[in-house]
Design a protein around this ligand. Structure first.
Ligand SMILES: NC(=O)C1=CN([C@@H]2O[C@H](COP(=O)(O)OP(=O)(O)OC[C@H]3O[C@@H](n4cnc5c(N)ncnc54)[C@H](OP(=O)(O)O)[C@@H]3O)[C@@H](O)[C@H]2O)C=CC1
Ligand SMILES: O=C(O)[C@@H]1CCC=N1
Length: 260
């Protein structure tokens, strides 16, 4: 349900990880996107009620503000045994359960767009009617497109602020660093290559060394060198405090979306 930016990525991820196009039905209200998706992926596209009535697993990937209206529309046709998996930020399992009289098991997911390259970070939790096998089913669905961890629902607003929105922060940083490279006189393609490979290499070091990021940072920071000159400037400008405030704002917004 919903094949926008994230829904489209989920669809590509599912098909790329071996789900047959014939096993997937998409509901997308933007007619142009619906036609494009049907043509590109060879999946059936139906209105929400027709799609929901057929689903063993119902993936909700519409904007948080659209979840209530969608659930109201499909509630009469969702079979009792359907596994409902919501990827919407902020919307609680209780809010979803409340709108579905068939009391289906509900799993709430916070994933992120690196799903497109098989490197998603997904966190999942179960609602009132979700049993371990439902969590396992959601985990199996998401594992082919990245890592999956189980969390308490009370942690999901923080998870959203860290890994859900996280790719945007890294892209923002990369964009700013490339711009700095241009300021320093480098051609944009070269600056982009330098920063992208540096981001990839740094991420691999974090994962593969298991070292604390502060130690990895220290190893780059030579006495009276270039790195410490840059880091002092970042500290002077309050970059660390700005990041804390920014992530707090994201978590607050996630909570707010849950109330709308
Ligand atoms: N983008 C991201 O990185 C992440 C997003 N999310 C969550 O994923 C969800 C989707 O986000 P995103 O993909 O960015 O949003 P988009 O607006 O790109 O996609 C949502 C799509 O759902 C369609 N839609 C809305 N209501 C219905 C309906 N009743 N039936 C069928 N289709 C419908 C929308 O159509 P229309 O354009 O007409 O409204 C739109 O195409 C959100 O809940 C968000 O919180 C979670 C983690 C990461
Ligand atoms: O910006 C948003 O609200 C969504 C949720 C996490 C990432 N994108």
């Amino acid at each position: 349900m919903g094949a926008g930016r994230l829904g489209g990525a989920v669809l590509s991820g599912l098909l790329g990880s071996g789900h047959a196009p014939g096993d997937v039905v998409v509901a997308e209200r933007d007619a142009g996107r619906a036609a494009e998706i049907a043509a590109r992926h060879g999946v059936e596209v139906h209105p929400p009620t027709a799609a929901a009535a057929k689903a063993d697993v119902l993936l909700i990937v519409v904007k948080p503000q659209d979840v209530a209206a969608l659930l109201t529309e499909i509630a009469p046709v969702v079979p009792a045994g359907t596994l409902v998996v919501s990827l919407a930020a902020g919307v609680t399992t209780a809010a979803i359960e409340q709108r579905l009289p068939s009391s289906p098991p509900v799993i709430r997911v916070m994933t992120n767009t690196p799903l497109l390259v098989g490197e998603a970070m997904s966190a999942i939790c179960g609602g009132r009617h979700a049993a371990p096998e439902h969590l396992a089913a959601a985990q199996a669905l998401l594992e082919p497109v990245g890592r999956v961890t189980q969390v308490a629902e009370s942690q999901l607003d923080a998870v959203t602020a860290l890994s859900g929105s996280g790719p945007a922060y890294f892209f923002y940083l990369v964009d700013a660093m490339v711009e700095a490279g241009v300021l320093l006189g480098l051609p944009r393609p070269l600056a982009t290559e330098l920063v992208t490979q540096t981001a990839l290499g740094s991420a691999r070091m974090l994962r593969e060394s298991g070292e604390h990021p502060a130690l990895l940072r220290e190893a780059v920071t030579s006495p009276a060198g270039t790195t410490v000159a840059a880091l002092r400037e970042m500290d002077r400008r309050g970059v660390r405090a700005a990041l804390m405030d920014a992530l707090e704002a994201a978590a607050d917004r996630s909570r707010e979306l849950g109330r709308s």
